[in-house]
Design a protein around this ligand. Structure first.
Ligand SMILES: Nc1ncnc2c1ncn2[C@@H]1O[C@H](COP(=O)(O)OP(=O)(O)OP(=O)(O)O)[C@@H](O)[C@H]1O
Length: 361
């Protein structure tokens, strides 16, 4: 891996034990009818935000989740913490059926799997000091006896690199990066096993981003956390993640170790996504065609492979058959017919054959 201009430490070793197993997770949102549609009594249309998502999250790893805007990253994160109810599929967390959890079991799961949002300010009560915010979380969830709350608040602030005096201040008195640290402290107050960070640093300046990302790495090491890192910034994802899942139009199209994904991306979408990233390997940008055309509407997902309408390698099968995620090595799985049923003849107009295409004998 090349040296990072942001000076971010590399991720730690992770285990291969599966913490969360996501199978065929599907989520749709109804679309409001226009007046004309209502008058014509047309059936309700649905946006397919997630479509048969399959993914495993391993204990102690940082799993980066990337993809263009609208591909379903946030919906996936929200379904995993039950902020959204999935339509179908399953999520198993250490053998527990997450989608069936209710009452105290769901509260316990939500304590163990915490989500941190892009804008912690909106969820911090402006009239409460940091001490009050953290004490409230600790007491509501009975994490410490009353006489130990202040000591724990100090510990939490120290853990996220804020001085003890920060406890007496109000959210508006902090910078963006400091607020993000308070958001992390609030999540850590519940002693979670897994953090889901949705665009955690995308609103921050680049230098502050590096500090918060480094903090996340340190905390992961110290507290043995599992982290799902949802982000647009491929550079950050590369430096933070052990593995990366690439999403396109509500589907996971490739999952690989970070090195494999960035050094030899298999899916034509992953290749185009990396080629479009400004600070990644310039060599890759020269050899890979950029993304063609517009992202199709999630109301009209193409038949077969959802990427086929923009793919320079698409062939007949891509229009009729949806490719499943298939392992190509111990490090990489990809949902693309080029690797399972490559065409007999090269596709006309394709500017380059993707890496590692295995042809049938
Ligand atoms: N609450 C909602 N109601 C209706 N449609 C929604 C809702 N949330 C998401 N969607 C739609 O679902 C699709 C996936 O959205 P989602 O926010 O999960 O994508 P994303 O990859 O996180 O995008 P971004 O990177 O811009 O946050 C989009 O088409 C979006 O418009």
């Amino acid at each position: 891996m090349s040296a990072s201009p942001l000076s971010i430490h590399g991720p730690l070793q992770s285990s291969s034990e599966v913490l969360m197993d996501i199978r065929n997770l599907t989520k749709t949102f109804p679309v409001r009818h226009s007046l004309l549609e209502r008058w014509r009594q047309q059936p309700m249309r649905k946006v397919r935000a997630l479509s048969d998502v399959n993914l495993d999250v391993r204990k102690g790893e940082t799993l980066g989740i990337v993809g263009e805007s609208g591909c379903g990253k946030s919906t996936l994160a929200r379904c995993l913490v039950r902020l959204y109810e999935a339509d179908s599929g399953s999520v198993s967390y250490q053998g527990q059926d997450v989608l069936a959890l209710r009452g105290a079991h769901l509260r316990d799961y939500n304590r163990r799997v915490q989500m941190i949002f892009q804008d912690p300010f909106s969820s911090l009560n402006p009239r409460m000091t940091v001490r009050q915010v953290l004490r409230e979380v600790l007491s509501v969830h009975r994490m410490r006896p009353k006489d130990q709350l202040d000591a724990r608040v100090r510990e939490l602030l120290e853990l996220v690199g804020l001085p003890a005096e920060a406890a007496q201040r109000y959210p508006h008195e902090f910078s963006g990066g400091q607020r993000q640290r308070i958001g992390i402290a609030r999540a850590l107050a519940l002693e979670p096993e897994c953090l889901i960070a949705d665009e955690l640093v995308s609103a921050l300046d680049v230098s502050v981003q590096a500090q918060v990302v480094n903090l996340l790495l340190e905390l992961q090491e110290r507290l043995k956390l599992t982290v799902l890192f949802v982000a647009h910034d491929l550079r950050l994802v590369r430096h933070l993640s052990h593995r990366v899942a690439v999403m396109y139009l509500g589907r996971v199209v490739e999952v690989a170790t970070t090195d494999a994904l960035f050094e030899q991306p298999l899916h034509p979408y992953t290749q185009a996504l990396l080629a479009a990233a400004p600070d990644l390997d310039p060599q890759q940008r020269v050899t890979t065609p950029a993304l063609q055309g517009e992202l199709p509407s999630p109301l009209h997902v193409p038949s077969g492979c959802p990427f086929r309408t923009r793919c320079p390698h698409a062939f007949d099968r891509c229009a009729t058959e949806r490719p499943d995620l298939t392992p190509t090595s111990s490090e990489q799985t990809v949902a693309c017919h080029l690797y399972t049923h490559p065409p007999e003849h090269p596709v006309r107009g394709a500017s380059a054959e993707p890496h590692n295409v295995r042809r049938h004998a």
